[in-house]
Design a protein around this ligand. Sequence first.
Ligand code: ATP
Ligand code: MG
Length: 562
Amino acid sequence: MEENKDLSLNNDKVKVKNFIYEIIEDDLKTDKWNGRVHTRFPPEPNGYLHIGHAKSICLNFGIAENFHGKFNLRFDDTNPEKEEQEYVDSIVEDVKWLGADFEDRILYASDYFEQMYEYAIELINKGKAYVCDLTSDEIRATRGTLTEPGKESPYRNRTIDENLHLFEKMRNGDFENGSKTLRAKIDMGSPNFNMRDPIMYRIIHAEHHRQGDKWCVYPTYDWAHGLEDSLERITHSICTLEFENHRPLYDWYLDALGIYHPQQIEFARLNLSYTVMSKRKLLQLVNEKFVDGWDDPRMPTICGYRRRGYTSQAIRNFAEIIGVAKRDALTDISLLEYAIRENLNKSANRVMAVLKPLKIVLTNYKGEEELDAVNNPEDPTAGNRKLKFTRELYIEQTDFMENPPKGFFRLVPGGEVRLRYAYIIRCEEVIKDENGEVIELRCTYDPETKSGAATSTKKVKGTIHWVSAKYGVNAEVRLYDRLFVTENPGNKDNWLDLINPNSLEILNDSVVEPSVEDAKPGERFQFERTGYFCIDTKYSTEKKIVFNRTVTLKDSWAKANK
Ligand code: ATP
Ligand code: MG
């Protein structure tokens, strides 16, 4: 885990400085960029965004905000085969939802293709790029090894005119996929593989989601990325550590062209325990139906977390507390859950809900009444509400035990317990079905013990929640657990075998107090004593309300693992 950080989230604006902030502060002192700070988030639209991307978004936008700079959303749409408009749309929605403000700057690398093509011609003219006829297998085979230099391509010394002519024909569609590439002429003996005459353009005859069939040569990431940054006059091009070895190439291209040259800075990507993060794996989970779409609440995607009830503020707080490091590490998922709980504790109203109901009948209670309940003890402005109290109620099955162990302070035969906001009741009789299952409890209530009343002096050890059987609303409740059973599934070959078979439990007979009937899909609550829940935006209907468990009240895993 990254160095010791202030973990208190008592105010919602946690600001932790990191090494990138220090670099930028120095640049501002030396006036390196004329006082400008301009960052970007450059997703490839080949999947939905995940929590790792959120870290990058929060970092890049946070820097722009902190230094009064600008932040671009730029699609790195240079590979026509895997990219789709659906992904573009979802990414725009998710970045906005996270609160990262790109103003009117939704930019596309594909809009720079013409300019990139001209830059490539410039490099050919400078004798720094050549058309190569080797296949990709042959290029790989001649790259050399860690100890041996690569072999120079037999096409390396083509004349400038020949290169210009062939490159134009490549663009015009005269050649088949894979039959030629444009390569930078750098150094086949470089200790850095990325410098061994890297590929700049490939021939791909495919439909591009924005450019249609206008292009059949497509730039590689390394060639395109620095140009995109340069054209947008980015100051600090922040990327993940695996690009550290690519930085010499990033610098080489920009220097060879002599154009505006941003500074690339690398940081450690986020890896979360019990989670896979690569888009390829997430796509496989979706395509092979291990989950119910990209927005399945068990997915580490932004849209999955949103559906599950995570708030964008909590995700931003999480990004702050994990900080930014220079070394890869595995971040404990309970830190994310902690950030969610901290945030919801302040913002979510309390309601009573019984997940697995057991009916009780108060044999000496007649009529009905309304009781006062506090909406959120953490938020004085949240107010109160009325709870309907009736003769027949539901309590949680787990709040009653016929043969309790020592220290069980809830309801037992002949025992007493307080009903939250209501009365103390005594269990007089246990009713069972023909299989011996407890199906109902006959109880009496003590009218002298009404919560808050002056007469209420009797004390009992346990207080439990309840819902009126007459007025309670039937609900489906979906309980989520971690999607994987091992800490680091991402680096195991058999990761699909490590899916938690119990990651989703659906309860069909839950009952919630009627105040939730006015709530809208997406609204979040704390179910007293059981956790934070939100109304599912996908499956809730007029007839059936579906709740997702956002997070448990406490870190149940930390306890279980002790
Ligand atoms: P994946 O490896 O999941 O396929 P990617 O890096 O290929 O992701 P991009 O769309 O290229 O996905 O990512 C856009 C930006 O998000 C990049 O700047 C990348 O460095 C950053 N990013 C991706 N994954 C993470 C992560 N786990 N932690 C932090 N930043 C990330
Ligand atoms: Mg990438």
